[in-house]
Structure formats: structure tokens, C-alpha cells
Design a protein around this ligand. Structure first.
Ligand code: ZN
Length: 193
């Protein structure tokens, strides 16, 4: 895992747990991440979004857009700190769309903000919407990159925390072999991985 000066915020709030976990996929992992656990605290939300906003401060961002739902809280705070229009995209019948009277104009410089990037699928769909409208994608910012930098979505890409998620089938799990008790936080959490 890449260290970050903000790493303490993730561990002290329980957003980043280390141990032995059963993920919603059924695989086992030595770490578990719930972004909302840190973002629920306004001072932490502000500090984390400041790192993102400062990274893109000189990029001429005119609009911040996020994929609903996870990205909205972060996108709104980054947009507030940059002092720019902030909108979101959402799925309607499975298709990512820009609704609610929101729009992207030709030439508009748009920053895409997400909470957690795993495969980057939602962000990629938002990028295609911006490009289809003739907008310019300034970059992609996120709180956490769970691909540890492998997923490349834009030339200018920034994450506060970059981490490698290691997981195993139950049969090959070294923690099971060691007899470490397992926790299944996804079974009682609303924000699952
Ligand atoms: Zn296990």
C-alpha cells in the first residue's frame, strides 16, 4: 500500500480495516475498506477533498462531475473547494446518464470525481458522456484507487490513497490455514466492496 499523510484518517475511523475478512464476492482478504466510514466526518471529508482540489487547482476546472451515488459526497466537496459548478451522473435503467437539467457544453473543462476506483467502469462511462457532449476531461480524482495505479482512466489521474487489494478463494486463504477468525463486514454494511 502506498503511504499517504492522510492514511491515519482511514485507519483511525475504521474505514480501512486489517484482519481477515469475507468479501461480498465470497473471497477472503486481509483488508477491508469502507469509504463512508471516513467521509461521514466533515473535517476528514474536507481534508481529503482538499488534497484532491489542490492537485487540480491550476487545471482550469469549470465543472466537477461524479457518478452517483458514491462519488457525490466527494464531488460536491471538491467542487465547493474549487468554487465551480458541481453535477452528477446517474444510472437510469442501467445506463449512465446526465439528468436533472444538468448539462456539459462543448469545450467545458470537466473534472471527474469518484470515491473508490476498483475497475473504473462508472468513471469511464461518465468520461464517455462528457466527450459525447464535446466537453474536455481535465482529469480523474478519487479518494481511493484500489487497483494500485493499474486502472488508467485519464492522463491526469490522482488518488489520495492507492492500495493493492489482495484476496483469496476460501480454499487457498492463508489466514484460514492459520486458523484466524473471520469477519464479514459486508453482511452488515451498506457500502460494500
Ligand atoms: Zn480466509
Amino acid at each position: 500500500m502506498t503511504t499517504s499523510p492522510l492514511l491515519d484518517l482511514f485507519t483511525s475511523t475504521g474505514a480501512l480495516l486489517e484482519g481477515h475478512f469475507k468479501l461480498t464476492s465470497g473471497r477472503h482478504s486481509n483488508s477491508y475498506f469502507q469509504c463512508a466510514k471516513v467521509l461521514q466526518h466533515p473535517e476528514h471529508l474536507s481534508a481529503i477533498c482538499r488534497a484532491i482540489a489542490e492537485h487540480f487547482a491550476e487545471k482550469g476546472v469549470e465543472t466537477v462531475i461524479s457518478p452517483a451515488i458514491g462519488g457525490i459526497v466527494v464531488g460536491t466537496e471538491v467542487g465547493r473547494q474549487l468554487g465551480v459548478k458541481t453535477i452528477f451522473a446517474e444510472r437510469k435503467e442501467g445506463v449512465m446518464t446526465i439528468r436533472r437539467g444538468f448539462s456539459v457544453e462543448p469545450g467545458e473543462r470537466v473534472l471527474v470525481i469518484e470515491d473508490v476506483i476498483t475497475t473504473g467502469g462508472s468513471v469511464l462511462e461518465v468520461i464517455r458522456l462528457i466527450e459525447a457532449a464535446g466537453g474536455v476531461v481535465v482529469g480523474v480524482g478519487s479518494v481511493v484507487d484500489r487497483s494500485n495505479g493499474r486502472v488508467r482512466l485519464a492522463d491526469e489521474q490522482f488518488s489520495v490513497l492507492s492500495m493493492e487489494v489482495v484476496s483469496f478463494t476460501p480454499e487457498e486463504c492463508p489466514l484460514c490455514k492459520k486458523g484466524v477468525a473471520i469477519d464479514a463486514p459486508g453482511s452488515r454494511a451498506s457500502h460494500q466492496q
